[in-house]
Design a protein around this ligand. Structure first.
Ligand SMILES: [Zn+2]
Length: 241
């Protein structure tokens, strides 16, 4: 009887010990599993960060087109810009605005920015009041009549900007920082290459919608620079920021 009771106690003791060992093991492995899970979560978030494309946002660049509107190439340009959802700046000549008012209206309706490029493409260096009146103010009035808004920006032909123009007209002179000489080369791939090599944040690109090659180049420039994280904006967003 005594032996059987001893045996019974030993059995109970064994079961309790086994239970305690099992519980200990479970608690230990449980914590271990938790640690492992934490490790996995950290690893995942780190790799997710690494997988993200390089931070390229925030770069702005502006396309500008001088001497228009052109009866063929400006509508061609407008169509491609609409397809890409890109807004640009046009510096229009009063004499061409007079000839193609419907295209000017289209430019405004599409949401592009319109600037002044004088009435007859004349240099404004040391311009007197009479010249400013006939070349700048008259073009402003015509553009306002057609597009509904008076231009605030002027690109003086040949880049001749002196303080007098700004103080006399209250307008802002806009030059450029990237000039691929599109009017001279008339070679789309050369224009693209030159712009791509010189593209920079807050850059202003000078083109002329007077040539098919310039329009084609503009489309490639947009597609390529967008891939590099550039946002195309109108010049007011670069100059008035
Ligand atoms: Zn010009």
């Amino acid at each position: 009887m005594k032996d059987r009771r001893k045996l019974f106690r030993l059995m109970i003791g064994g079961v309790v010990t086994a239970y305690l060992l099992l519980a200990g093991y479970w608690v230990f492995t449980g914590r271990f599993r938790e640690d492992k899970m934490k490790e996995t979560v950290i690893w995942q978030s780190e790799t997710e960060k690494d997988d993200k494309p390089e931070e390229t946002g925030g770069k702005k660049i502006a396309l500008t087109f001088d001497d228009g509107p052109h009866p063929v190439y400006t509508p061609m340009l407008l169509e491609g810009l609409k397809k890409r959802g890109v807004k640009v700046t046009f510096f229009l000549m009063g004499s061409a605005v007079e000839k193609y008012p419907d295209i000017v209206k289209q430019i405004a309706d599409d949401g592009h920015l319109i600037g002044n490029h004088t009435f007859h493409h004349v240099g404004l260096e040391n311009a007197d009041t009479a010249l400013i009146e006939s070349e700048v103010v008259s073009a402003n009035e015509l553009i306002e009549k057609i597009a509904g808004e008076r231009p605030q920006f002027i690109r003086p032909p040949f880049g001749q900007c002196d303080d007098g123009i700004e103080s006399d007209t209250g307008m802002i002179c806009v030059l450029w920082s990237i000039d691929p000489q599109d009017w001279c080369t008339k070679d789309a791939s050369k224009v693209v290459k030159r712009v791509m090599a010189n593209a920079k944040d807050n850059g202003i690109i000078l083109l002329h919608d007077q040539y098919k090659t310039s329009v084609m180049a503009a489309f490639t420039i947009i597609d390529e620079l967008q891939k590099e994280g550039y946002e195309f904006v109108t010049v007011d967003e670069i100059l008035l920021d």
